[in-house]
Structures are given as C-alpha cells and as structure tokens.
Design a protein around this ligand. Sequence first.
Ligand code: LLP
Length: 420
Amino acid sequence: MNVADLAREHGTPLYAYDADMIRQRCRDLAAWDTVRFAQKACSNLAVLDLIRREGVVVDAVSTGEIHRALKAGYSAHADRAAAADGLPPVHPIVYTADIFDRASLDAVAKLGIHVNCGSADMIEQLAERVPGANITLRVNPGFGHGHSQKTNTGGEGSKHGIWHEDIPEVLRRAEWAGLSVSGLHMHIGSGTDLEHLAEVASALERVAIEIGRSLTMVSAGGGLPVPYKPGEVHADLGGYFQLWDGMRKRLEERFGHRIRLEIEPGRYLTAESGYVVTEVRAIKRQGSRKYLLVDAGFNTLARPVLYGSYHPMSLCPAKAESAADLVAGAAAEEVAVGGPLCESGDIFTQTDGGFVASRALPPAQVGDLLVIEIAGAYGFVMASNYNSKPLPAEVLIDGGKARLVRARQTPEDLVRGETV
Ligand code: LLP
C-alpha cells in the first residue's frame, strides 16, 4: 500500500495510521502494571479497539470519551478476576477532569466509572450521587512543564489538579463526604522531557505519604516525549520506569500492601503512527518566498497554528515511476507550506508566535502528494469544520491493508441539525 494508492482510494486530505507502530509503542511500556491511554490524543474507535487488544486501558475526559471507550469494547467496571499478585483491580475506564458537567456526572454515576478528581468540588458532587465511592486525586505539585506554555499543566499558571498544599483540607472533605481516596495521580504537562517528569516521582511520594494507607494506585500521568525534529531521539524509558518503580516499592513497604503503578500516555502511543496525506494544489511566489498550498489546513492539523509545532514532511511526486525517482530528485528548495483556509495563520511551517518559516523539500508540482508525519496524536481529534471543510477520512493500515475506519464527512454532515 503506497501513498499514491491511499490518496487514489480514499481521497485527500486523509489521516492514515500504522497499526504495528501503535502496537510497538504499547509494548514499549510493558514494564508498567497499567498503561492507560489518554484517548484525547487519538480516539478513533478502531485505534481504541487495537489498543484494548494490547491490554492497554483508557482515560476519558468527557461523556463522549466514555461513550467511545464503551463502543470500543471497554467495560465500565473493574474486572476483579484480573487482579494478580495482590494488586488492586484495574479500572478499564477512568474519568479524569477538573469538573463534572451535568452529563458526565450522570454518566459516571449511572455506569459506575472510577473518577480522578482534579478539583475538590467534584468530591461532594460525586458523593451525593455515588455514596461511598473510591476516588483518585489529581494533584498539581506546584510545578509543571510542556512543549508549549499551553500544554504545561502544573504550577500556579495551570487550572489543573488539586493544589498540593490543600491535601489535608481535601482529605477532610473526602472523609466528611464518605469517599475514600484509593489513587493518586500527577500529570505536569504534555510533550515535556524526562528530567522534568522525574521530579514528579518525588513530589508524588511526598503527597502519597500525606494521604496514607488508603492508597492502592499511583499514576505518573502522561507527557512522555516523542522525537519530532531531525536529530531528536527516543527517551530512556527503562530508567524512567526504574525511578517510579523504586518509589512505588518504598510506598509498598511503608503501607504494607501492594500499589498499582500506572502511566497515562497519549502522544507516545499514537503520534508516530499517524500521517496526513495531502495533495499540492497550488505553487506560488510572494516576493522572495515560495509557497506550496496543499488541500489540508489547520482545520485538518491544528498543532502548527496552535503551538508552532514542527511536523516532518515528505513529498511524493505524482509522476514518480519508482522509489528511485524519489531519491534521485533535484536538490531541495526552501518553501513555506500552507493550506486552503481564508486565514493567514493557515501555515504548517510556522514557529511559535505565528512567524512563517520554511522547509527544505524537493521541487514540487501541482498534483504531488505531501505527507505530514508524526501526526497521529492531537491530529484528527483537534480537526474542525472551520470554513465548512469536512472532517477528513481516517484509515488504519494493518497487515499491508488500509481499512477505512472513519468516512470523510459529506456536505450533508456539515449542516446536520441546522434549520433555516
Ligand atoms: N493525562 C492527562 C490528565 C492529560 O491531560 C494528558 C494530556 C495526558 C495524560 C496525555 O499527555 P501526553 O502523553 O499526550 O503528553 N494538544 C496538545 C497536547 C494537549 C495534552 C492535553 N492533555 C498537543 O497537540 O501537543
């Protein structure tokens, strides 16, 4: 299955995911007791189903994500029989948020879904509906880090989590409400690095000791980095696990019972599996700058306009007869790559702050395909209907075959529910 076949069969712009890459990334984390996928990164049902078959459970941040998890075959309740080695049962779906909207409170109460509370007000709201529930607390350790200030979820600048100094008060509130705190979770940001993530283990240990023996699960949250730019490499996950495992063992010794150790990656599991396939539709010069305009825009992939994110790109000439033609092509030239939207920010090659940058690509012609890579996390899920553009199709490539797992929206889909 090559890029031209995919484009011919499914049209462009198109999201394509490599199933084997997702499986490999799930297996990379096998040392952890539980890998919980932050499905906000890529929540297509076929991807969730694949991840479920790898033994990975899910996080849900909304009623919609709970619905997706159930549709993909996850059950709402912990499977008690699955608990081994004295570890507590795994909750297949955990609702993690800083609020309950009314629909999500109804859903977790009705389905009996475990809740990770990011604000203390959630405690009484849950207790009223589910008396005696066990909860996890998401704690903001007072520091955070992310690839962008917009993805830093710790410290005073972040709305996320229960402030670390409020733990005694929050424990009193939980006790008063009749809920017991069985889990502790920290997530300091997305796209951070292992140096910052390592600091979380000791911050979590301090808070765990304050909470005490009711704890049976600790979660390192997500945030694992992936290499996007040339020269970046994968982080040493073995060393990272050792650090957390050591901390968990100290807690087990102190509390006298087993503690389940979770990790909650989003990006790490799916980013590298995903490609956006686009077609070059216009090439022009604006003074000294050359632009390639493709049929995907920030309605398709929003990360560059939101964060100035870098995504690798490769060109697949429409006229290439063989792979050799791709390699033997003329010298690369510097081009800016943009999309079809009526907005200047619709540029894939931009840096943080909206400055247009360029990329070295082989000379392109209208009709060539441009593939935007490492787009499998926070790609399709953040796509929009801006400019009344349909959401793209998604295909899952497995065993050499591409399966359509979400149809491209139609013009009718765009106006569904509207009336004149
Ligand atoms: N757990 C919680 C509670 C989270 O809020 C997130 C991400 C994760 C886990 C997963 O983080 P990851 O392993 O993917 O870094 N749209 C941004 C990323 C936003 C992340 C939001 N929360 C981007 O495109 O970079």
